[in-house]
Design a protein around this ligand. Structure first.
Ligand code: GRF
Length: 205
């Protein structure tokens, strides 16, 4: 049998990093055949960078430049280079608050994935759990999808439902969605690891 190789991944995030932690914990416990090579944040003191350090994963702050919702194109090129230098083959967005564009999406075609706290295409955008609550939904959840140039758009890879309880607050609902996110994201990444983890099947660049 061909020996399994651990799939080199990079994680991008802007915030608290609970999805990143969940991934790194599963890698540490041997439940996920990924090899986290690099964690990058556009926020200098983002907790996600401290989580990377806690787990001994290389990490970097990438000053985003002058735009609010995207990286400056030159900086996005730098990001591509950083990820390539680290040998990353799958880019995992975990609360990364900037829209990626051509440099990243061309460099990593169908190799950039995101997780969103709703059952897309419903409730794209910010605070999706609040949107679901306000809309009077009884079920919401989370979605993992390929990233394209539109916000919370791109082919859906997997979804997990979370029921909305009569007494739910935005906080209680969000907390349950995050538990579901941690399971779903690990499962989807495990699928990539299985598909591309054989030594002879390097991810095409
Ligand atoms: C998650 O809810 C994810 O769905 C969204 O951003 C949030 C990141 O949370 N894209 P965390 O930083 O992983 O805790």
């Amino acid at each position: 049998m061909t020996p399994m190789r651990r799939l080199p991944i990079g994680i991008l995030g802007s915030g608290k990093g609970s999805n990143c932690r969940a991934i790194l914990e599963r890698v540490r416990s041997g439940d996920l055949a990924a090899e986290p090579r690099l964690v990058v944040s556009d926020v200098l003191d983002a907790p996600i960078l401290y989580i990377a350090r806690e787990f001994g994963v290389a990490n970097a702050y990438l000053p985003p430049g002058r735009f609010r919702t995207r990286l400056e194109p030159k900086i996005e090129e730098q990001l591509v280079q950083m990820l390539r230098d680290a040998g990353v083959e799958l880019v995992v967005l975990a609360g990364f608050m900037r829209v990626l564009h051509e440099p990243m999406l061309t460099a990593f075609p169908r190799r950039v994935i995101n997780i969103h706290p709703s059952l897309l295409p419903k409730f794209a955008g910010l605070e999706a759990w609040k949107q679901a609550l306000v809309a009077g939904e009884t079920v919401t959840g989370c979605t993992v999808h390929y990233v394209d140039q539109r916000i919370d758009h791109g082919q859906i890879l997997a979804q997990k439902e979370v029921g909305i309880l009569p007494n739910d607050t935005a906080e209680s609902l969000h907390a349950r969605i995050q538990v579901a996110e941690h399971e779903l994201y690990a499962a989807v990444i495990a699928g990539f690891c299985e598909k591309y983890g054989e030594a002879s099947q390097q991810v095409d660049k």
